[in-house]
Design a protein around this ligand. Structure first.
Ligand SMILES: [Zn+2]
Length: 209
C-alpha cells in the first residue's frame, strides 16, 4: 500500500495519526457488565477482545486536532510500524527501529523497557515532530529500539464497583475486557540513544537538543 497523501492545516503538516474534527465521535455510554464493557449502540469487538474508542474515518475533513489521536490510525501505525507523521514504513538500522521519546534521562534504567503509546517516527520526520508535538518540545530524545513488543493497551479501565482509571494493560490481562482502549502501547528493548540528525549512537549525557 502506498502511503497516504500528506496533509497540512493552516500551513502546518498534520501527523497521520492526528484526528480531524469530522472524525471525532461523542463517546457513547459505557455499559459495564460482569464479563466486560461495551459501548451503547456498538457491537463488542470480539476479535481484539478490547473495546476501542470509536472514530469516524474522514481524514482531512474539518479542523486538524493536533492533540487528539485517531484511534484506528494510531493502532494501524503501531501495528504496521509506520511513521506516525508521514505513514511511510520505518526502517531499522543496525541499532534498531527509530522512535522519539520524552526525555527521562534522570530516571535510572531509562529508556530500557520504556512503554510508549507513540508509534515510531522516521528520521526525516523527527525534527518537525520534535518541534511541533507539545509533549516533546524541548524535551525529546531520538532512540533506536533493537526489539519491541506491541502488546499494551492504554485506556480507561472500568471495573465493576471501582472508579474508572487510566492505565496500561498488557496482552493476557483478564481486565482488558473492562478496558476502553485509547491507544496501542509498545514496550521498547535494547534501546540506544542516538543523535537525531546522524542517527548514530551518542553517550547518554551528550544528546543534542
Ligand atoms: Zn515520517
Amino acid at each position: 500500500m502506498s502511503a497516504p497523501t500528506p496533509l497540512t492545516y493552516k500551513g502546518r503538516p498534520v501527523p497521520y495519526i492526528a484526528a480531524w474534527s469530522a472524525e471525532i465521535v461523542r463517546l457513547p455510554d459505557v455499559l459495564i457488565g460482569p464479563t466486560g464493557i461495551r459501548l451503547e449502540g456498538y457491537p463488542p469487538d470480539l476479535l481484539s477482545g478490547v473495546t476501542w474508542k470509536p472514530n469516524r474515518d474522514a481524514r482531512g475533513q474539518g479542523e486538524a486536532k493536533f492533540d487528539v489521536v485517531h484511534v484506528p490510525r494510531q493502532r494501524y501505525a503501531m501495528g504496521s510500524m509506520l511513521c506516525q507523521v508521514c505513514a511511510h514504513p520505518v526502517e531499522r538500522n543496525e541499532y534498531g527501529w527509530p522512535w522519539l521519546l520524552e526525555d527521562h534521562r534522570g530516571e535510572s534504567g531509562w529508556p530500557q523497557e520504556e512503554v510508549t503509546t507513540h508509534p515510531p517516527v522516521c528520521p526525516k520526520c523527527q525534527p518537525v515532530s520534535a518541534l511541533q508535538c507539545r509533549h516533546l518540545r524541548g524535551n525529546v530524545v531520538s532512540v533506536r529500539a533493537g526489539r519491541f513488543v506491541t502488546d499494551g493497551v492504554y485506556g480507561q479501565l472500568f471495573q465493576p464497583g471501582r472508579p474508572a482509571r487510566k492505565t496500561v494493560l498488557f496482552a493476557g490481562d483478564a481486565r482488558l475486557r473492562w478496558m476502553l482502549g485509547g491507544q496501542a502501547a509498545a514496550t521498547l528493548y535494547d534501546v540506544t540513544i542516538v543523535d537525531m540528525t546522524t542517527q548514530a549512537p551518542v553517550p547518554r549525557e551528550a544528546v543534542r537538543r
